[in-house]
Design a binder for this molecule. Structure first.
Ligand code: ZN
Length: 455
């Protein structure tokens, strides 16, 4: 191990936290490292205790949540099982927008609130509040999961990530010092990945030699495609792993990323609102849910839990949100709970890949829903399609935007269009094809292949 990494891990990291008055987060981190190896039952019990704490706190201090309990003639004491817990309503984005201020706990000083916001397909950002306590704990959880790749605290960590708000902080000199002393992050802007930029990033990776890259799924896929096309590599330097998150990495893309970088991809699922939810360990038997910090439910269309192995809507409670409780937050994502535990021995339960946002489903007149992934399969293996996006405007009107290269044979796209309309079995369906020079990512930075304006 390199001496500076060792120094950061054992001196700067714990000492830095202690000097800021945050020694308790270092203790929390150490405890979280131990919790993962406890039995499933012990982890579950800890989760339930933390959930009860949050409910008591919300009932006592959050005007919105108190009202919710009162309306249902419930107190936190009535909640003794997961079934009881489902008596509380789901927290939706519109609700969050309308009642935000009443959700904030009355024992919190306003200046302790940290504002955060999420994007969304509508373009209306949803604002919510967190505090230092919650953010540090979730950051420590993340370190635990990052270490599953073989990375360790103190080693360099590259981020191929959205630049807008995440990276501006690296411009300030104090943050730069902070970064050099503790985090050792290498920020690489994932927006507007031009060929020149990608060449530059590869040089940066070779020069700075991070242990791991965390990337937007589609950004790392784009970089891998470029490397494959141009026969570029970062050899002889090797990464220990690549963490793909924020957007779906399709199996064929994952294969290519693993091939060109010569390391494994670790899939991760999280959201801006609740942070890290689950991630893969080096056994790749599913994603471990950080269930000591989040309580995850998988629900069907009647808001009842789905059986293990069946896909369901992901609803999350963030157990550390004591300034603005996030209880039963409806993410709109779909994932599958598993009842098996991982052979690695961790007591954190498993879930399967997230199948995409609700809006990724295409909704047909007769009520059928087509998963967005169907459309991506149609484009597999067609050379010259750089990016595409299918937008459902109405039940029968679709726009298909394609960014192409010279290699594209337009007839192949016509075949795709034909397959698409045949599959949807509706003679009225019209797809307007447009070749565009780029498909800009939305504010949130998450690129989406299919968007339905009906969902
Ligand atoms: Zn595992």
């Amino acid at each position: 191990m390199k001496p500076y990494a060792f120094w950061v891990r054992h001196i700067n990291f714990p000492l830095g936290l202690a000097l800021k008055g945050h020694a308790r987060f270092y203790r929390y981190y150490k405890a979280a490292e131990r919790v993962q190896w406890q039995s499933p039952e012990a982890v579950q019990q800890l989760q339930w205790e933390r959930l009860k704490n949050l409910l008591n706190h919300a009932h006592q201090h959050s005007p919105y949540w108190r009202e919710v309990f009162n309306e249902r003639q419930l107190t936190p004491n009535h909640i003794q099982s997961p079934e009881d817990f489902r008596k509380l309503p789901l927290l939706t984005k519109p609700l969050l927008q309308d009642r935000r201020d009443e959700m904030v706990c009355d024992n919190v000083q306003r200046d302790r609130l940290i504002e955060n916001a999420s994007g969304g397909s509508t373009g209306n950002p949803t604002v919510f509040y967190q505090d230092i306590d919650r953010n540090y704990r979730r950051a420590m959880d993340q370190i635990r999961h990052d270490r599953w790749t073989g990375w360790n605290v103190g080693e360099r960590f590259a981020l191929l990530w959205g630049a807008n708000y995440e990276f501006t902080k690296y411009e300030h000199w104090m943050e730069r010092v902070n970064n050099a002393l503790f985090f050792r992050r290498i920020p690489l802007d994932a927006f507007n990945l031009t060929e020149d930029k990608m060449r530059l990033y590869l040089e940066t990776l070779k020069r700075l030699r991070p242990t791991v890259i965390q990337a937007y799924g589609q950004a790392i896929a784009l970089l891998a495609e470029f490397m494959d096309k141009e026969k570029l590599s970062i050899a002889p330097f090797k990464l220990k792993g690549i963490i793909s998150s924020a957007e779906k990495l399709y199996p064929f893309q994952r294969e290519l990323v693993e091939k060109v970088f010569g390391c494994k991809v670790f899939e991760r699922y999280g959201s801006r609102e609740v942070g890290l939810i689950s991630s893969e360990c080096d056994r790749f038997e599913g994603m471990h849910i950080a269930s000591d910090s989040v309580y995850v439910e998988f629900l069907d269309e009647n808001d009842e839990p789905v059986p293990a192995g069946q896909p369901g809507r992901i609803v999350v409670t963030d157990l550390w949100t004591h300034v603005m409780p996030f209880i039963r937050y409806d993410t709109g994502d779909v994932g599958t709970p598993l009842d098996a535990y991982c052979s690695c021995g961790r007591g954190l339960p498993l879930m399967k890949e997230v199948q995409g946002r609700q809006a990724d489903f295409i909704l047909l007149k007769d009520g059928r829903k087509i998963h967005g992934e169907y459309f991506t399969h149609l484009f597999y293996g067609i050379p010259g399609v750089r990016q595409f996006q299918l937008i459902q405007e109405t039940h029968t009107e679709f726009s298909l935007n394609v960014v192409k290269t010279d290699e594209l044979d337009p007839e192949k796209i016509q075949t795709v269009l034909q397959q698409m309309t045949e599959f949807m079995k509706d003679a009225d369906i019209q797809v307007k094809l447009e070749y565009v020079s780029e498909i800009p990512p939305p504010m949130s930075g998450k690129r989406r292949f299919t968007i339905s304006k009906l969902v």
